[in-house]
Design a protein. Structure first.
Length: 209
């Protein structure tokens, strides 16, 4: 029997990991299509028909293609009945964290990582500015996680998965997470969840039927 979901992504992509982590925590085996950036596969008309933004990730449920990692997480929470929040208020707080993450945390961490790994080049002032944004975002997150076990409510939600996928790559960008004890303890709680897997374990380097 074929899998219910197919994920289009790239193993170096934090937003792809976000979706792969959710599928793994939901216990949903998925088919995988590797999108090779070096070959420009993300800008090929066949792929643009699935993802108008020319980006990964993209999730296919056998009928529709869904894009933008935060939106895909919300779709998967609805489709599986897992990690979506119990009340309208919880769901609003979940969206709040995800929107904040993509505005204030993810850019600082992911762009700093891209410069640290030499994938892109920029002037030192630009690199420093993104690093400062990343540290500022981590400080806000620490302010919450120093006092709360989870981002929303009393258990893990897609807000935790969204933000965790950014934090997961922070050491790779040269951020020292030992400065943030609340974040470090929360990351361990996420990593102890049944079905948790690192980015390397979740995302194959090649397509998988
Ligand atoms: N807001 C998007 C961002 C996705 C994104 O930035 N994907 C990158 C890889 S990490 C990408 O596809 N880059 C290629 C491009 O933008 O041309 C999401 O959350 O899904």
């Amino acid at each position: 029997m074929s899998n219910r979901f197919t994920l289009y992504g790239n193993f170096r992509s934090g937003p792809t990991y976000r979706v792969g982590l959710m599928l793994s925590l939901c216990g949903e085996p998925f088919s995988y299509v590797h999108i090779d950036f070096a070959k420009g596969e993300h800008k090929h008309p066949d792929y643009l028909a699935k993802n108008r933004y020319g980006q990964v990730p993209c999730l296919y449920d056998g009928k529709h293609h869904f894009n933008q990692s935060a939106s895909i997480l919300q779709y998967l929470a609805d489709a599986t009945g897992k990690f979506g929040g119990k009340t309208p208020e919880e769901r609003a707080y979940i969206r709040e964290w995800m929107y904040w993450d993509f505005d204030r945390l993810t850019p600082g961490i992911f762009r700093t990582r891209v410069y640290a790994r030499g994938i892109r080049k920029a002037d030192a002032a630009v690199v420093d500015s993104y690093r400062a944004d990343g540290e500022a975002g981590l400080a806000v997150l620490e302010g919450w996680l120093g006092k709360h076990a989870w981002l929303v409510g009393d258990g893990p939600t897609i807000a935790d998965m969204h933000v965790y996928a950014a934090v997961h790559f922070a050491p790779d960008g040269g951020f020292d997470l030992s400065k943030y004890p609340g974040i470090s303890a929360w990351a361990k709680r996420v990593e102890a969840l049944p079905g948790y897997a690192s980015c390397e374990a979740v995302l194959p380097k090649e397509s998988r039927p």
